[in-house]
Design a protein around this ligand. Structure first.
Ligand code: ZN
Length: 561
C-alpha cells in the first residue's frame, strides 16, 4: 500500500499527563469508525473469522454484558426509524432511508405481560410470525411486526386479534438488529441515552474473530450509539495492542524494516494512550477517531506477520520522560533536521529538541518529493498577502529572517515597496505559504531594471553573497559540490535562467525583470519528534527501535508502566 506518511500536528500539552502508576497495559479502547456527519442509518457486519454474534452492551468498565446471541453470520444494525435494504446503486447491500421493496418499519405491537428473561420473552414472541424480543431500558418485551406507519400497525393488530397489545413506534435511541438483506428483526435494543448496543462477534471467546464492516476487517467488538438521537455512531471496541497493529501499517507500511515498525508501535501506543485518557472524543461516544486527527486506522487488512511481531515485541511499552507519557509526535520526514517544539508550536518540551538528522538522507531516493522547490513571483506574493488581509503596496522582498540552530526557518518576513513588513513565525513558516516543511531556504533573483551598485545574491535569511565564486550546492543525497561561475536555475514552469546578482547592472532573467523568490527545501510535516523515513533509514543501518526513539526524543525511556 501507499505509505500514509501522516504528520500529527496537534500538541496536546495542556492535557493531563498520565504518570506511570496510572497507565494500564492493553486497555480496551473505543475507536470511532463512522460518526458525526458520517454516522450511518444502518451498519452491516459479516463474519470472516468466527461465526455468529453476541448481542448486549459494554458496561462502564467496558466489559461486554451479553443479553442474547444469534448464529446468523450476516447481520445489520439499523436505527428505529423506517429503513430499507438497498438493492441498486450506491445503497445496494446497505440499509438506508431511501425506499425499496425490503422495508424494516418502526411500528410494532408490544405483547401484554412482563418477562423476566430473554427466553421468556422469546417464547411469547415466537407464537407470532415476525415476533422478536426487545430489551428496553433493562426490561424484556415481546414484540410483533414492523409496519411503516401507525395505520398499518392498527390493521395488523386487528388481523392478529391482539386487541390488548400496545402499538409502539420509533424512539430516539433504539436500534434493531436485522438479518442482512431481509426485513427480519432479530433483536431490538433501547438503553436510552445512557446505554448503547454492543456486539461481540463469535459465540464465545475461543476464536480471535475478524469481522468485515464496510469493506474493512476488524478484530474485537462494535458499539452503536445514536448520539443525540441521530444516525448510528459506529465504534470498534478493541484492545489497545490490537489497535496499534492496525495503526502502524497505515502510518508506515508492513513492508518497512521491523525495528522501524517497532519504533512506530511505541509512538502509536503512547500517542493513543494520551488521547484515550484526555477524552478528546468523549462527547461523540468514543476515545479516538480513525483519521489522522488521532491516528489513521482502518482495521486489520494490511496487518502482516512482520507488523504483528513489531507490536508483540514491544508489548505494553510506552515512551516516558520523567515518569510521564511523552507526546509522541512524528512526521513523515524532517528533510535533514528536526525542530524543537518551542520553535514550531511555542511550547518548550524537554524531549522535543531539534537535531541534525544524519540518517534520513540515505533513503531520500525512496521518498517521493524528498527535495522540493516552490517559486513565487513578487506579484504572486503581493496577491497572496493581500488575499490574506495583509494589504500591501507590492511585495519587494521575502526572506527567512530567523533560522533555528538546526537550520530550519522559524521566522520569515515579507516587505513591501513602502518598507512596511510582515513576519510569520514558527509553524506558520510552513503553513502560511502551504509549504511541505520548515526545512528550506529562500533565494531571490531579479532581472534588469534594477538600479544600484555592485549587486548581491540573496541566499537566505540575512545572508548575501557578492559573488557565487566559492559557493556550494547540495543535492538530494546530501553530497555537496562547488558551483562554477555560471549558475542556472530552473523555475516551477520549467524555465531556465541564469542567476544574476540583484542590483547588478548586467544580464537579466527571462521573467521580464520581476523578482522571483525560489524556496528550496526538503522534508514533509512539522519536523518535530520522530521522522518516519529517518526511522526507516536507521533500521536499515542496523539500529534498534530503542536507538531510533532515543535519537528522535531526547532523554526518554521506553518501557512498560
Ligand atoms: Zn481524533
Amino acid at each position: 500500500m501507499q505509505v500514509a506518511a501522516c504528520a500529527l500536528a496537534i500538541l496536546t500539552l495542556s492535557l493531563p499527563v498520565p504518570t506511570r502508576a496510572a497507565v494500564e497495559v492493553d486497555p480496551t479502547i473505543k475507536v470511532g469508525l463512522f460518526y458525526g456527519s458520517n454516522a450511518l442509518p444502518g451498519a452491516n457486519l459479516l463474519n470472516d473469522v468466527g461465526s455468529g454474534y453476541r448481542l448486549g452492551y459494554f458496561d462502564d468498565d467496558r466489559v461486554f454484558q451479553q443479553l442474547t446471541a444469534t448464529s446468523e453470520t450476516a447481520i445489520s444494525v439499523v436505527k428505529t426509524q423506517n429503513v430499507y435494504y438497498g438493492t441498486v446503486g450506491n445503497w445496494a447491500g446497505y440499509y438506508d432511508t431511501i425506499t425499496s421493496s425490503i422495508a424494516v418499519g418502526c411500528w410494532h405491537l408490544k405483547l401484554p405481560g412482563s418477562y423476566s428473561s430473554y427466553d421468556e420473552a422469546a417464547a411469547a414472541a415466537s407464537a407470532y410470525s415476525g415476533g422478536f424480543v426487545a430489551w428496553i431500558d433493562g426490561t424484556w418485551q415481546a414484540r410483533v411486526g414492523a409496519w411503516l406507519d401507525k395505520t398499518s400497525a392498527q390493521a395488523g393488530q386487528a388481523q392478529l386479534g391482539l386487541a390488548d397489545a400496545e402499538i409502539v413506534g420509533t424512539s430516539s435511541y433504539g436500534v434493531s438488529v436485522v438479518k442482512t438483506g431481509t426485513s427480519q428483526i432479530l433483536f431490538q435494543f433501547d438503553g436510552g441515552s445512557s446505554r448503547c448496543l454492543g456486539i461481540q462477534p463469535g459465540l464465545d471467546d475461543s476464536v480471535k474473530t475478524e469481522t468485515i464492516f464496510r469493506g474493512n476487517t476488524y478484530y474485537g467488538g462494535f458499539q452503536y450509539q445514536r448520539v443525540s438521537g441521530g444516525n448510528l455512531t459506529v465504534s470498534n471496541v478493541i484492545g489497545l495492542e490490537d489497535y496499534v497493529q492496525g495503526v502502524i501499517v497505515r502510518e508506515m507500511s508492513s513492508s518497512w524494516p521491523l525495528e522501524a515498525l517497532k519504533a512506530q508501535a511505541v509512538c502509536a501506543r503512547t500517542y493513543a494512550y494520551r488521547n484515550y485518557i484526555a477524552g478528546k472524543h468523549k462527547s461523540q461516544g468514543f476515545d479516538l477517531c480513525n483519521t489522522i486527527d488521532c491516528q489513521a486506522y482502518y482495521g486489520m487488512d494490511e496487518v502482516t506477520a512482520s507488523s504483528s511481531k513489531a507490536v508483540e515485541q514491544t508489548y505494553g511499552e510506552y515512551a516516558w520522560y520523567n515518569g510521564s507519557l511523552i507526546e509522541a509526535v512524528y512526521s513523515s520526514h524532517d528533510g535533514g533536521a528536526t525542530e524543537s517544539a518551542v520553535n514550531v508550536w511555542g511550547s518548550n518540551v524537554a524531549y522535543l529538541i531539534g537535531k541534525y538528522d544524519p540518517y534520513e538522507a540515505s533513503v531520500a531516493s525512496k521518498v517521493p518529493s524528498y527535495n522540493w522547490t516552490v517559486t513565487y513571483t513578487a506579484q504572486e506574493l503581493t496577491d497572496l498577502l493581500n488575499s490574506k488581509g495583509y494589504t500591501n503596496s507590492g511585495i519587494v522582498d521575502f526572506r527567512v529572517t530567523k533560522t533555528s540552530p538546526t537550520g530550519n526557518a522559524i521566522e520569515i518576513t515579507f516587505t513591501d515597496s513602502s518598507g512596511k513588513s510582515w513576519s510569520k513565525i514558527r509553524d506558520a513558516c510552513r503553513t502560511f505559504l502551504n509549504l511541505r516543511s520548515i526545512h528550506y531556504t529562500v533565494s531571490s533573483s531579479s532581472g534588469s531594471g534594477s538600479s544600484g551598485g555592485g549587486g548581491s545574491y540573496s541566499v537566505n535569511g540575512d545572508g548575501t553573497l557578492s559573488s557565487l565564486d566559492g559557493a556550494y550546492a547540495i543535492d538530494g543525497s546530501g553530497s555537496t559540490s562547488k558551483l562554477g561561475s555560471d549558475v542556472y536555475m530552473i523555475d516551477g514552469s520549467g524555465q531556465v535562467s541564469q542567476a544574476v546578482p540583484s542590483g547588478g547592472s548586467g544580464g537579466g532573467t527571462s521573467t521580464g525583470g520581476e523578482t522571483v523568490f525560489t524556496i528550496t527545501g526538503s522534508g514533509w510535516g512539522h519536523n518535530v519528534g520522530m521522522s518516519q523515513w529517518g526511522a526507516y533509514a536507521m533500521a536499515q543501518q542496523g539500529y534498534t527501535y530503542l536507538d531510533i526513539l532515543t535519537f528522535y526524543y531526547t532523554g526518554i525511556e521506553v518501557r512498560q508502566p
